[in-house]
Ligand binder design. Structure first.
Ligand SMILES: NC(=O)C1=CN([C@@H]2O[C@H](COP(=O)(O)OP(=O)(O)OC[C@H]3O[C@@H](n4cnc5c(N)ncnc54)[C@H](O)[C@@H]3O)[C@@H](O)[C@H]2O)C=CC1
Ligand SMILES: O=C(CO)COP(=O)(O)O
Length: 327
């Protein structure tokens, strides 16, 4: 199985490194000639991954045709809001046998589409999958171990894809619950912003644990209403990634929330996918009559229509109700 990676940012480069560490050649497409040149010559991607050493077997290129020429699997690791545009650019170079794997975590603004839906509409001749789970790019790039989930509606095919992509430090579990894996990955980013706000405001470790737990209830409730299985949300792409990102400064979404909580300017910060997903997730929850107060609060805060203290007061003064209530 020949693997190509699209997106030479933190995650795409880390995935290419994981795939190429055994000496297997991996093509990596990036739009920035400087980044591509640095990967090929210095075996580094300093802007995104600092001093992590990258394997010799990565062949980075800015040419989509070259990157995809021999690919059986294409891992798409670009921001969710650019997935449609990037894939549209790739379509002339795709062949029907290629499996497209979204490695992005987000919901498309406006359309509310999941990445697999964007892929299905943009490249309908190709089968697609989603890969998601607790996996900081910096860890994966260094070969530190983790486990993630790969979902396809055809679970037997997902299992075959997992076997093809698994590496000693990267364990993959197969799932047939595409929506569950996608919503887990996308919604945890919004909740990590909320957890970061709690940390930045200095509300304490107890508040952070309470927020994360209620966030998990909220993410599960919404995803299940949208067709996901609750077991999936309790898995790597839901709870697993929520635990990782709601408690670590390494998370850009958490760091973004922390800056908001401290009243700092967020404009120069790295990509935080939850910013773009929050509003759409809140709207989808509203459309389905699902209570999602934390997601709604994050959406309003990042939109600038609610200040942090008012959000905290509102969340803490919600009516008392049974913990396991569904609504
Ligand atoms: N960084 C991480 O630890 C992980 C990230 N992800 C997900 O992977 C996705 C990508 O994230 P990162 O690689 O971390 O982001 P990043 O900001 O490090 O890199 C994004 C890459 O996409 C490229 N890009 C941005 N806009 C583009 C456009 N319009 N056309 C073509 N290329 C474009 C950038 O040049 C850059 O190479 C996100 O959805 C993120 O949630 C998933 C797991 C881990
Ligand atoms: O998704 C991630 C780890 O699994 C990365 O999280 P951040 O995008 O918040 O850095």
């Amino acid at each position: 199985m020949s693997v190509a990676v699209v997106g030479a940012g933190a995650w795409g480069t880390a995935l290419a490194a994981a795939m190429a560490r055994n000496g297997q050649r991996v093509a990596l497409w990036g739009r920035d000639a400087g980044v591509v040149g640095e990967i090929n010559t210095r075996r580094r991607n300093r802007f995104y991954l600092g001093d992590a050493d990258l394997p010799e077997a990565i062949d980075a290129t800015t040419d989509a045709g070259t990157a995809l020429a021999d690919a059986d699997m294409v891992l798409l690791a670009v921001p969710a809001q650019t997935m449609r545009a990037v894939l549209t650019m790739m379509v002339p170079h795709l062949h029907p046998h290629m499996l497209l794997v979204s490695c992005a975590k987000g919901i498309e603004r406006g359309s509310g589409a999941l990445m697999t839906e964007v892929m299905g509409r943009t490249a309908p001749a190709n089968a697609n999958a989603v890969l998601s789970g607790p996996s900081f790019a910096a860890d994966v790039a260094r070969g530190l171990p983790t486990a993630v989930t790969l979902a396809m509606s055809d679970e037997a095919r997902a299992l075959a894809a997992c076997r093809a992509l698994a590496r000693p430090g990267l364990r993959l579990y197969a799932s047939g619950d595409v929506a569950g894996v996608e919503y887990g990955g996308a919604l945890k980013n919004v909740l990590a912003i909320a957890a970061g706000i709690v940390a930045g405001r200095g509300l304490g470790a107890s508040a952070q644990a309470a927020l994360t737990t209620r966030g998990f209830a909220e993410m599960s409730r919404l995803a299940v209403a949208l067709g996901a299985q609750s077991e999936t949300l309790a898995g790597l792409s839901g709870l697993g990634d929520l635990i990782l990102t709601c408690g670590s400064d390494q998370s850009r979404n958490f760091a973004h929330g922390k800056a908001i909580g401290r009243g700092e300017d967020t404009s120069g910060l790295k990509l935080a996918e939850g910013v773009a997903t929050a509003g759409t997730a809140a709207r989808i929850a509203g459309d389905h009559g699902i209570e999602a107060p934390i997601i709604a609060a994050v959406a309003a805060i990042v939109d600038g229509t609610l200040d942090v203290d008012a959000a905290i007061t509102t969340l803490l003064s919600r009516p008392i109700k049974p913990e396991t209530e569904k609504g």
